[in-house]
Structures are given as C-alpha cells and as structure tokens.
Design a protein around this ligand. Structure first.
Ligand code: PAF
Length: 294
C-alpha cells in the first residue's frame, strides 16, 4: 500500500492506475477504523468491478483508495475535533490487510491552504435533524467530500448508511454538481448487542457502553410500530422516547420518523421511511437509524 500526503501524489498514482486500465474505488474516512469501515472497503472493491459489468477474469482490475482526514470544517466549536480518536499506525495495518492500493493522509493545510474560503451548501436536505443540531456540519462534509472527489476522481465512492443524512447530502451534492461517479451506500455494521459501530464508541466508559444499545432498541421499537401499521408519527416518536427514558442516564437529542430523501416528517407511509436518532451518553453523542421499506 502506497501512502500519499499531497494532492500531486494522489493524482500521479491515479493517472498511473488509469493508464493500466484500473477502475478507481474510493472510501473517504476520518480514520480510527473499525469493521464498519473495512466493510466499506470490501464494498467498494465489489462495486467498482460490478459497475463496469466486468466479468471475473475479464482483466479489469480496481485500484482502491482510502483517505483518512479528520476534517476540521465539519466540527462545531464545542465539538470533539481535537479529541477525535486517531491511530495512524493501526489504521495503516488494517488497510494493508484489506489490500488497499493507496492511502491518502493529507494534513489540514493540504486540504485547506491559507485563503481557502469556498463552502458547499447542499440545501434543504442538510437543514433538519443533524443539520439543525450541528450548524455548519454538512457544509463542512459537502465541501471536503467535493474536494476529495476532485482530487481522487473515483469511478465509485462508498459511504456508510449509519450517517444516513450525510449519504443524502452527498447524493444531492453529487447530482447537483454533476460529479461523474457512482455512489454506493454500505449497510451499518453493528456490535453483538445492536450498537452501531462508530469510532466515537471508543469514548464510552464501561457504564456508558452498557447503556449505548438503547438507541438501537428505541429505533427497533419505532420500526416495529411502523411495520405493525401504526402511522401516527408523534405516537411512534413518543414510543421511542419512552424506551430511552426507561434506560435512564441517556439524553435524547432527537428520535424521529422521516422521509429518507428530505429528512422531514414523511407525508405518508407509501414509500420507505427512516427512523433516526441521536442521543448523548455522558460527553459522547451517538447516531443511528433504520430504514423501513414500504
Ligand atoms: O463519515 C465520515 O467519516 C466523514 O464525514 C467523511 C465522509 C469522511 C467526510 O469527512
């Protein structure tokens, strides 16, 4: 696995891979990798080839790029940018074992040289839920992802569905800005007790970790109500709140039933809906969601 720390190094590696007929697959991350990230790497490998309709043995091969960049512009002033977990050595070893071809590890001034002020606003989909609680967050995400897409110019990029609204923001931006690539969204990987895998789980003390699966349990309760035909959004949200309250010591940021395209309350239940939530346990904020097909 090669390491690139500059944009020029990435561009040279991609040009070389393309010259040899490779399909470029890309997984942007903020590092401190876990099984969820590794499943995205495996996803991009499959997606990159299937997108070309390449039969096995056809000679088409992929070139997989992972970036690790803790993006300061997507953190609010009181958020966890400086304490966000980092472990470059361990991440490198994990990616080596997944046969990643190139790891892009830019410093902040590579991504944001002095004077860089342009930001991308993805519009309405970036406003509710996470957007309302974390002002500027999705501008930071959309901006860094657009920059990474311009640097890497991948054929396929993969993002995890745990960040459902982020997926919607990136899909909107990619379409609106005519960025020529295919997006793939990987399923959320979970611990044995349902907790969604996240780098932020490492902040949890043993007591907090024991409480954390309540978010998934609450969302499951919402899912169950919907699959049993309950259609009253306020009632479903109340039910999810009750599950969290019963656990105790967990603060709800939001627990909502939304349309997965707009992230507003669904107009009806004739299409897929999403139950999404964010809770705080001690100083740690966790998010999760479940998609519920029609
Ligand atoms: O999901 C993440 O890890 C980040 O938001 C991303 C997409 C890498 C942008 O910084």
């Amino acid at each position: 696995m090669k390491i690139a720390r500059t944009i020029e190094e990435v561009r040279a590696a991609v040009a070389n891979a393309r010259a040899h007929g490779a399909v470029i697959g890309f997984v942007p991350t903020m590092g401190f990798l876990h099984e969820g990230h590794l499943s995205l790497v495996r996803n991009v490998a499959t997606a990159a080839l299937s997108g070309r309709g390449a039969a096995e043995g056809s000679g088409t091969h992929m070139f997989i790029i992972v970036s690790i960049f803790v993006n300061p512009t997507q953190f609010g002033p009181t958020e966890d940018f400086s304490r966000y977990p980092r472990d470059e050595e361990r991440d490198r070893a994990l990616l080596e074992s997944e046969n990643v071809d190139l790891l892009f590890l830019p410093e902040v001034d590579v991504m944001y040289p002095p004077g860089a002020t342009t930001r991308i606003d993805a519009g309405a989909v970036a406003r509710p839920l996470e957007g309302a609680r974390r002002p500027g967050h999705f501008e930071g995400v959309a901006t860094v992802v657009a920059k990474l897409f311009n640097i890497v110019q991948p054929d396929v990029a993969v993002f995890g569905r745990k960040d459902a609204q982020q997926c919607a923001v990136i899909e909107r931006m990619t379409r609106d800005l005519d960025i020529p690539l295919r997006l793939v969204f990987g399923e959320t990987m979970r611990e044995h007790d349902g907790l969604a895998m996240s780098s932020r789980n490492s902040y949890l003390s043993a007591d907090e970790r024991a409480k954390a699966p309540v978010l998934h349990r609450a969302l499951r309760a919402g899912e169950e109500a919907i699959t049993h035909g309950i259609r009253e959004v306020a009632g479903i949200e109340k039910l999810m709140h009750r599950v969290v309250a019963e656990e105790g010591g967990v603060e709800v940021d939001y627990l909502a039933v939304v349309d997965p395209l707009t992230f507003e309350a669904p107009r009806d239940f004739d299409r897929e809906v999403l139950v999404a939530g964010a809770v705080k346990i001690g100083r740690t904020r966790l998010i999760d969601n479940i998609r519920i097909p029609r």
